[in-house]
Design a protein around this ligand. Sequence first.
Ligand code: SAM
Length: 281
Amino acid sequence: MQKQYSQAPLPFMGQKRMFAKEFRQILKQFSEATVFVDLFGGSGLLSHITKCEKPNATVVYNDYDNYRKRLENIPKTNALLTDLRAITVMCPHGKIIPEDVKETLLNRIAREEQTGFVDYITLSTSLLFSMKYVLTFESLCKETFYSHVKMTDYNADGYLAGLVIESSDYKDIFQKYKDIPDVVFLIDPPYLYTEAKMYNMSWNLADYLDVLTILHGISYVYFTSNKSSILELCEWIERNNRTGNPFVGANKRVFNAHMNFNSTYLDIMLYKKPNVYKLDA
Ligand SMILES: C[S@@+](CC[C@H](N)C(=O)[O-])C[C@H]1O[C@@H](n2cnc3c(N)ncnc32)[C@H](O)[C@@H]1O
């Protein structure tokens, strides 16, 4: 009997654990002959749940982030956390870790770096303020440490059992599987801007909209949030489907605006006079 996880074995921001129950219900309508393709696999949670619910179905997990590597290194991560726990044993739980203890922790983590792999996302949940994540040793050094090293070991036994694993851009995976009979795509793209930073990649509005182009005529389960306003945009396009792009032929000027010392954005001015020759190429 396969162990069922209702959340990813290692921390992963954006995992669909809140949807686990509802998603299981949705899966009931598909037969065991279905081929499920989890295009934006992330932590693999949707793939795992699907395989548990439909053991005879083919389930493809597109592990674009190499989450597998983090899973494979769980024994190392557990050993490191055991040492960090010992170093912080005298620090009150949830409180800021004093600088001298922080330095001892960093020395231990620096030694781990020599071995070629440190799971900084998992370490972040044990050492940083809630929901704060870093991906490198350099960024970790800059953070304030809090004492809440996980007390129990991580375990991912059987989590990826039976899954077909891919690791490519979702467009390539889509091309590979789209003509297979009974295919259903699980589509959970990165949220705009915010979460994308966590995955070490850039993901802008055009990328987000590109995903919509594959939805026509396929079976899918699609995930989004009101942060992206994507449903509102699609409904608007449906109501105004002859608008086209009102900025075609407009000229553009861009200004750098500063919100504070480390945050900037672009202010944009577009101008257009119909029947007047466009100034910029
Ligand atoms: C919202 S998360 C998916 C979360 C996943 N459903 C789960 O439960 O863990 C989106 C994922 O898509 C990945 N991703 C980003 N660009 C991608 C691309 N071009 N092709 C495939 N996956 C991509 C991100 O790195 C991230 O892991």
